[in-house]
Design a protein around this ligand. Sequence first.
Ligand code: SAJ
Length: 428
Amino acid sequence: MKSIKTVVVVGLGYVGLPLALLADKKGYKTTGFDIDTHKIDSLQTGKSYIDDVSVEELEKTGTIFTTDAKVVENADAVIICVPTPVTKNKQPDLTPVKGSLETIAPLLKPHTLVVLESTVNPGVCDEVVIPLLESLTQMKVGKDIYLAHCPERINPGDSKWNVTNINRVIGANSSEELTLAKSLYDSLVDAEIKPMQSLKEAEAVKVVENSFRDINIAFVNELAMSFHKLGINLENVIDGAATKPFSFMPHHPSCGVGGHCIPVDPYYLIEYAHNYGFEHEFLRLARSINDYMPAFTVELLEEALNEIKKPLNGTKVAMLGLSYKANVGDDRESPAYRVKELLEEAGADLVVYDPFITEKSTVKSLQNALKHADAIVVTAKHKAFLEALTVKTLQEADITVLIDGNNGFKDIKDSFAAANIIYKGIGV
Ligand code: SAJ
């Protein structure tokens, strides 16, 4: 095993770009490779397209950014950070992973370490990555080239946890590969790098931790629909349960689960286990509960409008939020799009506004959205919305209904009622 001095990061998104900058900062000769020329042009001109990467960091870095894969020929380590989405019918889509391997494999020199950070189900390294690498390089993985899996754990928009300080797991199929890969990550990350017994175990950790989150969200979402009928404030109950100092982890109901991780990763495990004869009924049920929440949100709007004898059909509605998560401009798998679709199907006279995603908004300001609307559905808990949507603002805009898709206004729901504004939250 040789020492690692030169690192190439493949895929410069919210995972790969911070990692490349970190490797450079830690003294590695680092190149960031991406097939997207717009990304490389931005980076070469010092412009960041990742909220969590500042222009200052780009100015300071010595990382080279390129679309020329030949840089891999000089790499001691190649770290793959490409997306692992699902197709329309929720099948794992390994196209980006396979594509990046096909690009780099022919250029790999012997004894190079390849690390896959992309989230994949157990078995992908053994059954897809290794065969592909060996056929494209005519080298033996574990002998001539080395492979490890270190699943990414980036949490976009998180000011506390980032690539420098998040614990990681790392797996490989031989102790030599594991030692080499672990030494690389020990030098990069100031946190625990826990060695796993195999590639498969490391793959399983990531899908398990994200499925854990999806089922817990589904649990509170089912409670929200139940407690709505029972007239119990679920958020108060969750706050109560959270006083238990052990073995309770609060999650919160919402208009749905979005993002590139939580609603996607469980399908990688569901599909793989299915191919081996096991049906993850619980994971599937959790996915279907979470996927129902946009419809539940629209039902709340219909319920509110019924109270004032207004049909949803023809009512002026403003949907506020396209992003899947508060205070970020990322709309991948966002439940807001399903809410929008249902509102349009019901004949609502709809405008849409998200300050982080103005290019897909149908009005250019919150004020314009409120001016248009009689009812609003808040589908992203952006700080800007929490601050602007006061009782006074809504009264001045003649808004009579507020549907709170992430319970961001739950603490002032009574003041809305006092102002004759019908407020409905998710389980609140
Ligand atoms: N959500 C709920 N209720 C909750 C928490 C989240 O409805 O209690 C919804 C959010 O509104 C969003 C979706 O779930 O639509 C995902 O939210 P998220 O906070 O899990 O954010 P993500 O998708 O950025 O998840 C990332 C993940 N990180 C990685 O996969 C590396 C995930 O593992 C983290 O647990 C998560 O951040 C986190 O903890 O914030």
